[in-house]
Design a protein around this ligand. Structure first.
Ligand SMILES: Cc1cc2nc3c(=O)[nH]c(=O)nc-3n(C[C@H](O)[C@H](O)[C@H](O)COP(=O)(O)OP(=O)(O)OC[C@H]3O[C@@H](n4cnc5c(N)ncnc54)[C@H](O)[C@@H]3O)c2cc1C
Length: 379
């Protein structure tokens, strides 16, 4: 790297940030700030709970793909016009900053700790006769599907406070997955919540808001996690957050009004389908779904745009990010899935063929410059 290399600091080593770090490592002096030592392919985490060895490929040390850059294992705590301050007291000067802090997640710091956590969850599933899943969004539905397919003898109850499953996409997808789960003997209770303060694992009796009792040997909490943007509240970017705490960006994915700070992934407030004036059929407040494959596309746009700036090319060469319609595939065990495409919602083996066997892990590893398959050494 030349001494006058531009300094790019990336905050957040998740789906979006790690891809930017990997892609820019030979174009700039890259520093990645992340509280964990690894990048995790999040959509493989539920399979890893029923098959812990699956995580050997989906939990990847940052150093495996970022061979030419600095890694700081800490949370970012503050950002100024020129530097990032980390929770462990480091000050990192930047020329360009990329914020990709997604959602808050309390996970182990080290890769081996994360792999152990999957083994622990797997043991919890194996030793239980009955399992309660709290939350009927994509995480709860996918976890119920994984357990129902791999452990058909377990008694699974899924409790969801909404009136239908998979509320982040259309009603058809929710109805189809409800039918599928019922066909696998999963008991689904809608419009109810569970008071976890009144129960702990091993207690066996859980109380719902409707006064029902559910017997279960253990539970898994699968509810949405908060955005990781509260740390920006007292920074120079505090006025760039919307009321939900999402960062406002322009169509080049720069934080509004700034030429050297970008934001990507779940943390952004990108509208669904259109910037500015929307067609009447769409509410201008509707935001793009928070999806990993979109975070990856946003990362690629920012990589291109940073290369344009760093190489001193004209601004018109910068790429515009084109928001997407609501497209999603939710896996249902190892072979099936429910998929919402723009004009069609389907369930079964065909959408399952797209996602459910490998969960895009090989594809994602390849994108990170890694071998899609690795030899798993069993100890
Ligand atoms: C169980 C599950 C299943 C999913 N399935 C799918 C799927 O099938 N398809 C799909 O497209 N999407 C899926 N998603 C959504 C997808 O994972 C997210 O959209 C994607 O991870 C967003 O990427 P991101 O980089 O914005 O955030 P993340 O991947 O959440 O990464 C954020 C990173 O920022 C770090 N961080 C947080 N705060 C700080 C801070 N203060 N300082 C420094 N670093 C910080 C975190 O440690 C993390 O590494 C799934 C999500 C989950 C949880």
């Amino acid at each position: 790297m030349k001494e006058d290399s531009k300094r790019v600091v990336i905050i957040g080593g998740g789906v979006a940030g790690s891809l930017v770090a990997k892609s820019l490592q030979f174009h700039a002096h890259v520093t990645l700030v992340d509280p964990k030592e690894y990048f995790e392919i999040t959509w493989a985490s539920l399979r890893s709970m029923v098959e812990p060895s699956f995580a050997e490929r989906s939990v990847i040390n940052h150093r495996d793909y970022l061979i030419n850059g600095d890694i700081i294992t800490s949370n970012a705590a503050n950002v100024t016009e020129t530097e990032v301050v980390t929770a462990n007291g480091r000050r990192i000067v930047y020329d360009y900053l990329v914020i990709a802090t997604g959602h808050e997640d309390r996970v182990p710091i080290s890769r081996s700790g994360r792999l152990d956590k999957f083994k622990e969850d797997n043991q919890k599933i194996k030793s239980a006769h009955s399992i309660l899943i709290i939350g009927g969004g994509p995480t709860g539905v996918e976890l119920a599907g994984e357990i129902a397919v791999d452990f058909p003898d377990k008694k699974i109850t899924l409790v969801h406070k909404g009136s239908r499953l998979l509320e982040f996409i259309g009603a058809k997808a929710g109805d189809k997955s409800l039918k599928w789960l019922k066909s696998k003997n999963v008991v689904v209770k809608l419009e109810q919540s569970v008071d976890l303060n009144a129960s702990t694992d091993g207690q066996k009796i859980y109380q719902t808001s409707n006064g029902e009792t559910i017997e279960a040997d253990c539970h898994f909490l699968c509810i949405g996690k908060p955005l990781s943007s509260a740390w920006l509240n007292e920074t120079v970017l505090k006025n760039d957050l919307d009321v939900q705490g999402r960062i406002k960006v322009d169509e080049k994915l720069r934080v509004n009004g700034r030429s050297n700070i970008f934001a990507i992934g779940d943390i952004t407030d990108i509208p669904q389908l259109c910037w500015g004036k929307c067609p009447k059929s769409l509410n201008s407040e509707t935001k793009e779904l928070k999806q990993g494959f979109l975070a990856q596309q946003q990362a690629n746009v920012v990589v291109n745009n940073l290369k344009v700036i760093i190489e001193g090319r004209r601004e018109c060469k910068m790429e515009t990010y084109k928001p997407h319609s609501a497209l999603a595939i939710v896996s249902l065990g190892r072979k099936e899935a429910v998929a919402q495409f723009p004009f069609l919602t389907v369930i079964g083996r065909i959408p399952g063929l797209i996602k459910s066997r490998d969960l895009f892990v090989g594809k994602t590893r390849k994108q990170m410059g890694l071998n899609p398959d690795i030899e798993i050494i069993l100890t």
